[in-house]
Design a protein around this ligand. Sequence first.
Ligand code: CTP
Ligand code: CA
Ligand code: CA
Length: 657
Amino acid sequence: MSSSQPFVASSPISAHRSKFTWKQLHQLSQSSPNCPLRTVSHCDLDAFYAQCEGVRLGIAPDQPLAVQQWQSLIAVNYPARPFGVGRHITAAEAKKLCPELICQHVATWKEGEVRWAYHEDAFKQIATHKVSLDPYRTESKKIFAVIKEQLPPSLQRVEKAGIDEFFVDLSAQVHSILLERFPELAAGPASSDITDLLPPLPTTALDWSADHLVDLDENETEEDNPDWDDVAMLIGSEIMRGVRAAVFEKLKYTCSAGIAKNKMLAKLGSGYKKPNQQTVVRNRAVQHFLNTFKFTKIRNLGGKLGDEVVAMFNTDTVKDLLEVPLEQLKKLGDDTGIWLHRLVRGDEHSEVNPRTQIKSMGSNKAFRPAINNFEQGVRWLRIFAADIFSRCVEEGVLENIRKPKTVTVHHRQGNQSKSKGCPIPQAKTLSEELLFDLAKNLLAQVAAEGKAWPCINLGLNVSGFEDGVTGNMGIDGFLVRGEAKAARLASSSGIQDASPESEPSVKKRRTTLGIQRFFAPREDSKDSEQGSKASEPESIDHSPEDAIHSAPELPPHVLPPSAQGAAHLFQPTIDSYFCRRCNKHMPKEDEIEHNDWHFASDLSNEFREEARTRPSTPAQRPAPKKALAKGRRPTGSSASGSKNNDKGQKKLAFGKS
Ligand code: CTP
Ligand code: CA
Ligand code: CA
């Protein structure tokens, strides 16, 4: 890894004035996403799972190594790649191509055991074992901690964007270094007018020797005067070199980084040169850089939205899409059209979101062969509950630091997906047993609806993680009360169901998914055996009969469109969340709260509806249409669980080294 280059300070002075203002320099200190001097980095671990296994087993870094899951390879280190070994081939094929290849199987949970382990014969045990990605999550946390340690606490903004990747908004730190190094910037504007231009920059200030620079746009030349944005990028690049060196020194992992003015470009940059390198996409080189890509390589355009754009405009290149007028792009919908029009021009302003708390966790298993009865399903639920519970403990559930609100069972039979959810009683301390019991009840509901077997995929999810209960009677208080009641009902009369509504609800959701499906979070796991997502749309639809009378008050930006204006004004970004019920984009960080609002308001509406239609005496009430088990009465809970996860970036075939 190259060491950081000394920064050559002031003079001689270039004769040209800067195009940036003092105001914009100030915006840099605020990490404003609209600041033209903004400096963002994306950092991605090289062949992550393979490096984890290599380090754990003390294998030499130049030894070809792959990580195996059953017969497939899920990670291949760089020394193995020249042999043609990749994720697309089986372990047996890989061994033929590279006889010295070490294939290490991932850790697994064995049915009946209380902890995952590295089992010698795991590759043969697909029917009775389930993959554990815990070892990689643990390493991921260590890496995250080292990265944060490396950055000044008051100026850092780091977002964990996946199991092996991070965004860092370097703006505030870059600002502080600029002021340290350039007295002319520290001195401030001569007049009090912050719209004055910044002083010219020292021409010797730029030394890019250790970085990959993307070639400049056609009309720009190297002799053109560099400006403060170039210096900001250079400082950002120095910082990232230090961060990467620390990760290597402390944990022995290499990673690659991209440095650019926004998340989208930084992410393309980190994949541009691998392994163990970093790429700077200067502002003057943005279009040149983007033009060489297929837009389907851009985050959020790799999935169905990308396919739709390809089909509509008959091209998959950024270059061609630049020719398509905005009005045409709006055929994808106004918001999406505008978003895409900007995106292919490198214009993207999503924030680096330092909220790195997990909001949901899942554990699931694809069955080949399928499982055929309730008892088999229950045995897997026990493992899922143990898996999720151990991860919840790490999240501080026992200390009541963070707690999930809902538990959902996902089930797949043929091409039919079903999800059943219920609240997790908040009054009790979460336990493995409690999770398991709730899960078992939910599976019983699925089974009672019939056509549950053979089942090819079963999963358990907990979501809606919230900080421990406080005195705040906002939505938390509301839900806690609602859930307590629901939980009481569940334990006294069984968790309810609304079988009659289940199918229509599934179908309706499928057809109204709209653009939301394009923005589904990416999973890191190949067959999503397990995954923790930074966030996930909550797809439950509970209706405990004893609901609360009125929906809680929320800040305007999380209210549905009919009740407020803020979300209307929100411009979609690479990270925005699309609510399919309101048909609106909103900041990603509002997703959970917004869905909570729907949840609460649905409860309220259902209560009102039920109160309106409820016959006055119990004798007049209609009999439940379908009883689940003795004494259980139906209400509602079902949703389609068919998620579209972008399987993640493939390696970018991008020439020039
Ligand atoms: N992963 C997976 N299945 C995929 C994509 C990723 O299981 N389809 C896992 C891999 O095992 C990988 C980790 O998620 O180690 C991170 O994925 P990614 O960054 O895409 O690939 P790397 O293996 O880290 O390789 P690279 O050096 O190209 O980033
Ligand atoms: Ca990686
Ligand atoms: Ca990655």
